[in-house]
Write a new protein. Structure first.
Length: 404
């Protein structure tokens, strides 16, 4: 939502209003109206509350605000566990319980599907919650302001770095590395990334640290009775929540034919996280990914794991290659947040695979794409997969079946 709002002319302001919070909106905010009936998007508040709000950015038709004081509190409000909540921009929903967060995410996904795709979701077939609501992230990029000795994350809607001693979303291993970096004699001169793994230790990328190497990592994932080790290069993408990844993979596998006779394309496959696991339940699997580095990792992973299933990888943009691959029984898409491009959607409609399995952390673009596909496909299953507790982000997994 805000990436679209920021395209309009918006200026910094400093005024206050007492507002009644009306309902949740996308991107971790709630909606109120000021005394002139202008829409105000307010962070860290709950529908039904009355709050004194500082309005700090304003455009012709809307404004952005943050609470200065909660005057009438919702019974759902709880004290956040993190001392930086409301300052640091990493979390959005710590003022409500995790169970309530899942309800909000369901509501917002339903709203996005109806508003954008005119698709009514009455209920989700499954809700996959995170076994770890805190300390779950396996990587974090820390912002650095060396001159003022600050390490942390940006405050929402600003470039101000909130100085952090620890992050309650990041794994304990990442927080240990952060403490080491803070205490070493040479302060980091610029931003850095820390990755942790289940089995292969932690690494620090982009800066020197006496106690950690700047190297590729190996992550081990076990799902559906299979264990695969993934070499992950510095700049390769990998899902952030290790406790949810196996549950997500097993749900995807449950959509495949039990006879293991399908030809499957895994589009935007990255280093092959989905590709390898589904390949054990397919006749043939092809992974397509534009990043040559990720495909290099995928091919190395195939060799190091001695994978003998019928799987191969191709380094190409999906829109440039999909038309040349022939027919697939099932196509899996896990695109970037911008969703599917027009050519890929048209190719899917022309190819007409029996099933499309669509996973996305951006429900608005998913709703748009499924609306385009709805002339020939219907939703058979939709599952909420919470990879990102305490934030407004959520993964949505949808099974589309061809209309007969």
């Amino acid at each position: 939502m805000f990436e679209n709002l920021e395209r309009h002319r918006i200026t910094a302001v400093n005024r206050q209003e007492i507002l009644t919070i009306e309902k949740w909106a996308q991107d971790g905010v709630a909606i109120a109206h000021d005394s002139n009936n202008k829409i105000i998007f307010v962070r860290y508040v709950i529908p039904g509350e009355k709050a004194k709000v500082k309005i700090y950015k304003e455009a012709k038709d809307y404004a952005l605000g943050e609470p200065l004081e909660i005057l009438e509190s919702s019974p759902l409000r709880k004290t956040s566990e993190c001392p930086y909540f409301g300052l640091c921009g990493g979390c959005d929903l710590q003022m409500i319980s995790y169970e309530e967060q899942l309800k909000v995410k369901q509501e917002l996904v339903k709203e996005a599907f109806y508003r954008i795709g005119k698709i009514e979701i009455n209920e989700f077939h499954a809700i996959i919650s995170s076994p770890q609501p805190f300390y779950y992230r396996n990587n974090a990029i820390f912002k650095v302001y060396a001159k003022k000795k600050k390490i942390g994350f940006f405050q929402k809607d600003t470039k101000n770095i909130v100085n952090l001693e620890q992050c309650m979303l990041a794994s304990s291993e990442i927080n240990q590395a952060l403490a080491k970096i803070r205490n070493q004699s040479i302060f980091p001169p610029h931003n850095f990334k820390v990755r942790s793994t289940n089995t292969n230790g932690s690494v620090v990328h982009w800066v020197k640290c006496d106690d950690y190497q700047d190297r590729d990592i190996v992550e081990t994932i076990t799902a559906a009775g299979k264990t695969i080790k993934f070499k992950i290069s510095k700049d390769s993408f990998f899902q952030v929540n290790n406790s949810v990844i196996p549950l997500w993979l097993e749900k995807i596998i449950s959509y495949l034919d039990a006879e293991s006779n399908e030809r499957i394309f895994d589009l935007y496959c990255g280093i092959g996280l989905i590709t390898f696991f589904v390949s054990y339940y397919a006749k043939e699997t092809i992974g397509i990914e534009v990043s040559k580095l990720s495909i290099k990792d995928a091919r190395k992973n195939m060799k190091s794991n001695q994978i003998t299933s019928n799987v191969r990888f191709e380094a190409a943009a999906v829109e440039d290659r999909i038309s040349d691959l022939g027919y697939a029984d099932t196509i899996i898409v896990d695109p970037p947040r911008k969703g599917l491009d027009k050519h890929t959607i048209e190719t899917l409609l022309d190819m007409q695979p029996k099933k499309i399995i669509y996973s996305s952390c951006k429900s608005t673009t998913m709703a748009r794409d499924i609306a385009f596909l709805s002339s020939k496909y219907q939703i058979k299953d939709i599952t909420l997969v919470d990879m990102f507790p305490q934030t407004y982000h959520v993964e949505v997994l949808t099974l589309l079946e061809r209309k007969e």
